[in-house]
Design a protein around this ligand. Structure first.
Ligand code: GDP
Length: 140
């Protein structure tokens, strides 16, 4: 297995409920290292670009407004198989379908306000990391 980096976001529903530490504890206890982290307010332009792949979906406008509704924490997680490992820890997009013990099962409010984002491929991880971090921000 390879050491990988993946991109993660703690979404506004998580920061609003003071869940940064609780969610970070899930990553760290699963062996993922938080090698870069910044709390930001996403601009509308950033959110639109980040979720551009969903621009034709009916929920795109709502999703952009949710992602800009409060602070988010953008992160780079590093570890063995980090992309797939993080997707496992996060659980399914819809918390109603998420497995017991996953972040979304335990913390998500809805299919939209589902507490976390995690890259779905190594290629997307590199692209997404590059939208928010310079290489010098990442300390492994
Ligand atoms: P993810 O990779 O598990 O985050 O899922 P997707 O890439 O399919 O969707 C991106 C994000 O859009 C999700 O994490 C949700 O925040 C939101 N989303 C997905 N499906 C829906 C939906 O049916 N309705 C709404 N309102 N939001 C959705």
């Amino acid at each position: 297995m390879a050491i990988e980096r993946t991109f993660s976001i703690l979404k506004p529903d998580a920061t609003r409920r003071n869940l940064t530490g609780a969610i970070n504890a899930r990553f760290e206890s699963a062996g993922l290292r938080i090698v870069a982290q910044r709390r930001i307010r996403m601009t509308q332009a950033q959110a639109m670009k980040f979720y551009e792949i969903h621009k034709d979906r009916p929920f795109y406008g709502e999703l952009v407004s949710f992602m800009t509704s409060g602070p988010v924490v953008v992160q780079v997680l590093e570890g063995e198989n980090a992309v797939a490992r993080n997707r496992e820890i996060m659980g399914a997009t819809n918390p109603q379908n998420a497995a017991p013990g996953t972040i979304r099962k335990d913390f998500a409010e809805s299919i939209e306000a589902n507490s976390v984002h995690g890259s779905d491929s190594l290629e997307n991880a590199a692209t997404e990391i590059g939208l928010f971090f310079d290489e010098s921000d990442i300390v492994g």
